[in-house]
Design a protein around this ligand. Structure first.
Ligand code: BDP
Length: 724
């Protein structure tokens, strides 16, 4: 009888806690399902008996709700909120609101974790053992709660907790490239913001968006595209933006907007946008004052100026510093900042395009206001599958720089391809600029270790759209996750991040974790190989940026050579690649020594950047002993093989995965394998018209001829229809 009751109870428990939500990906990495290992579950049930969060600030309230919901799910029972701590209580708070924490932590001690950091420790106080989450401010309490929950989600032991987590990165921000109402060019599908419902109706997704961001430490968001829409600066939209800001505020997520330099003309009806004009100055000040009435903690503006047709101060013979400082002065009284983008290039300047940002900004080091930070893409061109790090990092010690990474997969197959991007972020962050000698990593430049910047930060171009699972591809979520984790701690490794994400998103089964995180970490190199091996770049189909288009040349009506593929690969009968060495455009000179020499000399240039910096003969011998042509073909082939292996592995993992998410990925992998093959074959048959060499052994022969690839159009890719 006893056994029967026991069985019934456990069945009841199970039934009770089978997730009500379908596995549609909505819950991201915050799934909070019952801990599946019975021993570990038992351990947590014994270790955690209740919680106490005595602060009732909005942020601590959401921390409490999160803790309560999560523990109910993970432990399969709802835990009491207690007013007196006993053994196994989680005590979370700040010294202002928790007398226990005030007794245990001095201000100095808490300051070690900084304004947003926290401690998580096992503490014995007055004979009682509890888990404490202590922070200087309530946002640290929320972050600490998410940290502890992550540990439980990952089934970690809580016996000897001594966590101190802090960040040097102040602005950890998403940039949505959303137009009203579409996401840019379909990279992420439709926008998540329902402008026509705001401010009256608030989609519950907005709260979950803020929760998810807070869980990885993201503390800011630019709601719309850098190609800015001036409507956002009208009272009608300010009210809508304010409604979103109200939802995000408890989660520590501040709202920022993209500003257009000509807004004073377009909305303000002035006849100039000259940054030194007094009416223009007054207009921005008035607009900023008004914005802050709606949103008292408004973060500031991001600006794309004099780039790709956007207006800017140069149109008025002023400098980027004049333009940025104008806006900086308008928001400074309210504590706002300006993120001025360094992604600029001009078709009228007859310079190698990748040299232009450095040339335009470096001379202005130290000329920007204290509340300006320059936002610099990870590489000097444009989020290519592989680029060298941007030479501005380290070159502007008097001007804060923040890297801009692309989370959305503009050049990585949109929402259709599986590519875990942490390795590409990591490659940039761990690149050694040598600006202060060896060890001057980009991460150390941007977090202020080397440069002592007054503002620090990291921006990520968001891949969040209106899809139920947020990012279209389930694995797109991992890039959002990775960005947040690296923005908090730019020294984390891709392996660590992948493992965390898999454990929280799928399972703690060791074997499965190893297999999924293993292929995630490889997936970026695979994507580089089937698209642009050995330093090739910008050979995608112009306009869509999805499929290959190495043949894309200048349309006689289009004056921009730097939007073509041939401008970048420069293939001819002798060889391929862009000579940026000292005998070519000399872009290498923008780097510090010895990076400059490393990139400059073909013999020592890293092979994965070879064709970025050099025009190399088809017969050039590589380290493998193979010729450039053979190696290029083999790398393309490896890329296709690599993605096929991921596909096979995914199929093998089916028994360990839920049907819905398995299928989301399976169906996309079929397309990815097909597209990888198209990339490989198209590029090989195209470059073969120059090399005139046979395709080496071991390379799968191309399926079609060049004309077929040129004529090919996709009809089944979200964001593209009947487009290349
Ligand atoms: C490029 C995109 C373009 C963006 C631009 C930018 O193709 O549409 O607006 O970057 O970063 O990658 O401003």
């Amino acid at each position: 009888m006893k056994a029967l009751i026991k069985l019934l109870v456990s069945v009841f428990l199970l039934v009770d806690f089978i997730p009500l939500n379908a596995e549609d990906g909505y819950r991201l990495w915050l799934r909070y399902d019952l801990v599946s290992n019975p021993e570990i579950l038992e351990y947590y049930r014994e270790t955690i008996t209740g919680y106490m969060i005595s602060d009732d600030s909005p942020t601590c309230k959401v921390a409490e709700t999160e803790l309560q919901n999560a523990l109910t799910g993970l432990l399969g029972r709802s835990l009491p909120s207690v007013s007196v701590a006993g053994n196994g209580t989680i005590v979370a708070g700040t010294p202002e609101t928790s007398s226990l924490i005030a007794e245990m932590y001095s201000e100095n001690k808490l300051q070690e974790a900084g304004d947003e950091g926290y401690f998580i420790e096992n503490t014995r106080h007055n004979g009682i053992n509890f888990i404490v989450i202590a922070a200087k401010n309530d946002i640290g309490v929320l972050y600490g709660v998410f940290h502890l929950l992550r540990m439980i989600q990952m089934n970690q032991n809580l016996d000897n907790l001594s966590v101190m987590s802090s960040t040097k990165m102040k602005v950890r921000i998403l940039n949505h490239w959303d137009m009203l109402p579409m996401g840019e060019r379909g990279f992420t599908g439709n926008t998540i913001w329902k402008w026509n419902e705001l401010p009256g109706k608030l989609d519950p997704r907005y709260t979950d968006y803020a929760r998810a961001n807070a869980s990885i430490g993201i503390n800011g968001t630019v709601l719309t595209n850098v190609n800015a829409d001036v409507r956002l600066l009208t009272p009608e939209y300010m009210e809508k933006v304010a409604a979103l800001a109200d939802v995000f505020r408890p989660y520590g997520v501040r709202v920022y907007l993209a500003a257009k330099v000509t807004a004073p003309m377009e909305i303000g009806k002035l006849n100039t946008a000259d940054p030194l004009d007094k009416d223009v100055i007054a207009w921005w000040k008035k607009t900023a004052d008004e914005l802050y009435k709606y949103i008292p903690d408004f973060g500031g503006f991001v600006v794309k100026a004099n780039s790709e047709g956007q207006p800017g101060p140069l149109d008025y013979n002023r400098t980027h510093a004049d333009g940025a400082n104008l806006l900086a002065d308008a928001v400074a009284p309210h504590g706002g900042i300006i993120m001025w983008r360094a992604f600029v290039y001009d078709n009228k300047v007859p310079e190698d395009r990748i040299k232009q940002p450095f040339n335009e900004f470096m001379p202005f080091d130290g000329k920007f206001r204290k509340n300006v930070i320059l936002q610099v893409k990870n590489g000097p061109l444009d989020f290519q599958p592989r680029e060298p790090f941007h030479p501005l990092f380290g070159a502007m010690p008097e001007t804060p720089l923040m890297p801009e990474f692309q989370i959305l997969q503009e050049y990585f197959g949109f929402t259709t391809h599986l590519t875990f991007l942490a390795p590409s972020y990591e490659e940039c962050l761990k690149a050694d600029t040598y600006c202060m000698g060896e060890g001057s990593l980009v991460a150390k430049v941007i977090d202020g270790t080397i440069t002592d910047y007054p503002i620090t930060g990291m921006a990520g171009v968001s891949n969040i759209g209106a899809d139920r699972n947020w990012t279209g591809h389930i694995f797109g979520q991992s890039n959002w996750y990775a960005f947040g984790r690296l923005a908090w701690d730019p020294y984390m490794s891709s392996e660590e991040i992948a493992e965390e994400w898999v454990r929280m998103t799928f399972t703690n089964d060791e074997d499965v974790v190893g297999r999924i995180s293993g292929f995630m970490v490889e997936s970026r190199e695979i994507a580089v190989n089937y698209r642009t091996p050995l330093g090739l770049h910008h050979i995608m189909y112009a306009g869509t940026h999805y499929g290959p288009g190495p043949w894309f040349d200048r349309d006689p009506r289009d004056p921009r050579p730097d939007w073509t593929s041939v401008y970048y690969h420069r293939a001819d009968e002798k060889g391929v690649g862009f000579n940026r060495s000292s005998s070519g455009s000399n872009a290498v000179a923008q780097y510090f020594s010895p990076v400059r020499e490393l990139f400059d000399k073909v013999e020592i240039c890293p092979e994965n950047l070879l064709l970025w910096f050099h025009h190399v003969s088809w017969d050039h011998k590589l380290k493998s002993g193979r010729t450039l042509w053979d190696e290029m073909c083999l790398r393309y082939n490896e890329g296709v093989e690599g993605i096929r292996e991921i596909q096979t592995e995914w199929d093998r993992l089916k028994p360990f995965l839920d049907a819905e998410r398995y299928e989301n990925v399976r169906e996309r992998l079929v397309k990815q394998v097909r597209d990888a093959r198209i990339w490989k074959d198209a590029c090989i048959v195209y470059f073969q018209t120059f090399s005139k060499k046979a395709i080496p052994e071991g390379v799968e022969p191309p399926e079609h001829n060049l004309e077929w690839y040129k004529a090919h159009r996709y009809t089944d890719i979200p964001g593209l229809f009947g487009a290349p």
